[in-house]
Design a protein around this ligand. Structure first.
Ligand SMILES: *Cc1c(COP(=O)(O)O)cnc(C)c1O
Length: 245
């Protein structure tokens, strides 16, 4: 057991070292192509299933944003994680779990319902803080995914904007798995349009600064459509089922 764990850690650190500079370079190129600077794009390491030692190695190497998906896993790892990186929650969040992370993360990227936003607001008020959130959009209207639909997102953001202890900072999406890059481009373009439209509404208490989209397979394309947070796991740390197969 011990042996397997440590070789997993070494393997993942090596994978990270091989890939990190290449990913940064690709992000810089994609940013420039879209008229922005490398620094305008946040590379958030998606760290689900990645051991704390490996995450800390990544942070020492320059990663300054991490995103966790599962509350239980995050709580188990959090005390071992370097404080040098911003912590975001990016996974599906149940209302009854908000209490466990409201003190632990700087942003909840995956707010998928008004009910969830209200619970974050309630607990943030108790803690005397304002929680930054992104609203998750189910851009492909997939049954299997949570998130606001294209049609309701503006109205819901207007409702959420009235919650004083929550601050909407932008949008996040996990688009459908696409057959080809034309198809994924359509989803990214839809998100970019939504983002620009909502930003143009200048809703009070809403600060549309972040568009979080793009993962290992499509982050360069997402940047082309205005993404300024890309969430990357596999390309940074290797396959998550490594060691299980
Ligand atoms: C796992 C995950 C990612 C990263 O996916 P990769 O394809 O491994 O890069 C990004 N966002 C969310 C919400 C995730 O759960």
């Amino acid at each position: 057991m011990m042996e397997k764990l440590s070789s997993d850690i070494v393997t993942r650190c090596e994978w990270f070292d091989r890939n990190y500079s290449d990913i940064k370079e690709r992000i810089a190129v994609a940013a420039e192509k879209s008229g922005r600077k490398a620094d305008d794009i946040i590379l958030l390491a998606a760290t689900k299933t990645v051991p704390a030692e490996v995450i800390n190695h990544a942070i020492e190497s320059g990663i300054n944003y991490i995103g966790e998906n599962r509350v239980q896993e995050f709580l188990a790892k959090k005390d071992d994680l370097s404080r040098a990186a911003h912590r975001h929650f990016i996974g599906h969040l149940q209302t009854n779990k908000v209490k466990d992370i409201v003190d632990e993360v700087e942003m909840i990227q995956s707010v998928h319902s008004l009910k969830l936003a209200k619970e974050i607001n309630r607990l943030a008020e108790k803690r005397n803080k304002v929680m930054d959130i992104l609203c998750e959009v189910n851009i492909g209207n997939e049954e299997s995914k949570s998130g606001f639909s294209n049609d309701e997102i503006l109205e819901r953001i207007e409702e959420i904007s009235k919650l004083p202890f929550v601050r909407v900072k932008g949008l996040m999406t996990i688009p459908p798995i696409s057959e080809n890059s034309d198809e994924s481009a359509r989803y990214f373009a839809k998100m970019q349009k939504l983002f620009i439209d909502i930003k143009g509404k200048k809703v009070d208490n809403v600060d549309m600064v972040y568009l979080s989209m793009g993962m290992s397979d499509d982050y360069e394309q997402a940047i082309g459509y205005g993404a300024n947070i890309v969430r990357i796991g596999t390309s940074l740390f290797g396959r998550r089922d490594y060691g299980n197969k």
